[in-house]
Design a protein around this ligand. Sequence first.
Ligand code: GLC
Ligand code: CA
Length: 514
Amino acid sequence: MPKWLKDAVFYEIYPQSFYDTNGDGIGDFNGIIEKLDYIKELGCNALWINPCYDSPFSDAGYDVRDYKKVAPRYGTNSDLYRLFGEAHKRGIHVLLDLVPGHTSEQHAWFKESQKAEKNKYSNRYIWTNAAFQPAKGFLYIGGETERDGVYVLNFFKSQPALNYGFLNPDPKEEWQLPMDHPDCLATREEIKDVMRFWLDHGCDGFRVDMADSLVKNDDKEKSGTCAIWRDVRNMLDEEYPDAAMVSEWNAPERALNRGGYHMDFYLNWGGNGYNSLFRDYETGEDNSFFKKDGKGDIMRFLDEYVPRYEATKENGYYCLITGNHDTRRLKKSLDDSELKIAYTFLFTMPGVPFLYYGDEIGMRYLDVPTKEGGYFRTGSRTPMQWNRKKNDGFSTCPADALYLPVDTSSDAPNVASQEADETSLLNTVKALLSLRHQEEELQADAEFEVVYAGARKLPFVYRRGTIFIALNPSTESVSAPIEAEDKEIIFSIGSGDVEEGRIVLGPQSCMVLK
Ligand code: GLC
Ligand code: CA
C-alpha cells in the first residue's frame, strides 16, 4: 500500500473545464499548473485528471485513440510531464485515467483489427467469424468493416471492447478465446506497457475506467477480471511500489480483496446507500439524509456501507466522493448550509475522499445541451468559476467559443468571492481538510464505528479512533445520550454542546470532538 494514500485528499479535474490559458475556450495543462497552488491551499494533495489523451471525443476522451499521446487541445506530452513535476514540487500526486476496457474505433489497433487480412491485431478486439454471426449476449456492430465479422462494444458505438478473453468460452461459439490465449495475454501486456509509459514519465498511478469490464463471460465473482488486476498489482508492487490504483467498480470485496486495488469508489449505482445521502431524488422521492427537512434515514447508507467497509478495510480503501463527471452535482439537491454538513461527513470518514472540481464552491448542475457524449452528465462538466470576470474567469475567449457555457447567473458561486468570505463553503472545505491533515484519526486508516444512529433518529454520531463526529442536518435541535465530557470541540458548525452524558446539537449543526 503506497504510504501517501493515508493522508491523501483527491481533487478530480475534468481538464476541458478547469482553466484555459491560451484563450481557445478549452482548459489545458498549463491551466492546471497555474492552479496547483489553489488546489494545495484548498487542502487537496492529489489529483485525478480525466482522460487527456488523443481522442475523437465521442465520449469526452473515454474513447482513446492513442494511449501514449495527449490530446493537442490540452497541450503536449512535455506539458503534462511538466505538470507532474510542478505537482510533485508541491507535494501533490497525480493519477491519470486509464481506460483499459475499450479504445476509440479510430485507434490504430482497431484500424488493423478490422482488416480482412489476418494480422497481429486481428484478435485485439472481440470478433465473430462472420458478418452474419451475431455476438450473442453482447452489444455488437456489424456491416461497417472490411473484415467479415461483427465486433463487441464495451459502451458507446465508438468504443469497441479490447479482448482479454473469456473466462468460460462457450464451446459452441468458437470465436470466444480463452483468457490464456496468447493474443489475449498480449492485450494485457499492452495495457501494462501503457501504464509503465506514464509511470516512467512521473505519473503516480491511475483511476481505472470500468475496471470490471475486462474479461467476458466472467463468473459472478468476476474471478477472471480480478485475476488480471491481481497480476497488474504484482507488477506494480515489484516495479512501482508507490503507484496507486483506484477502480470505478463499486464492489470493494472484488476490487480490494481480490483484484489488488488500493482504492475503490463508492458510487451512485449498484445499490442506493450512497444516493440516499444526497441524491435520493434519483431513486424516487427526495429523502436525502443531508436535506434540512430531516426526512432522511442514515441507516439506508450504513446498512450498505458498513458491511462493505468491514469486509475490506484490511485490504484497501472504499472511497467516498462528492460527485464526479458522471453524477449530477450535489448542489442540485443541497444548498450551501446542507452542503457544509455533508462535507463534514465526507471529509471525516475513512478511506480516501475525492472532491470533484467546483464542488468546493457549490457549483450548480446546469441545464446545458449535451457535449461529447455527455448527455445528462454535461450539466456537471461546465467550466470552473474562478471569479466574476469574463466567462467567470475560466477563459478570455468569446462566450460562444467556450467548451461549454459558464454559469451566467448573477449569484453564480465563484472562488474569488468565497475566498473573501470567512463563512463561505470554500472556507469551510478548507477548514475541514486542514483538520483532516492535522488529525491522524480523521485520515484514511483510523477505525470507524457507529456510536448513535437509527431510522429517522438524529443526531448521527460516529467515532474515528478516539474522535467523535456528531451531525445534525435537520432544522430541529437534537440530542443523544453519549459520554463525551472529557472531549474538546475541535471543529463545529452551528451550535452544540456536551452536557452531562449528552451531546446536544442546534439546527443544522455538527461537532468534531477530540
Ligand atoms: C466510465 C466513465 C464514463 C465513460 C464510461 C465509458 O463510466 O466514468 O464517463 O463514459 O466509463 O468509458
Ligand atoms: Ca486552452
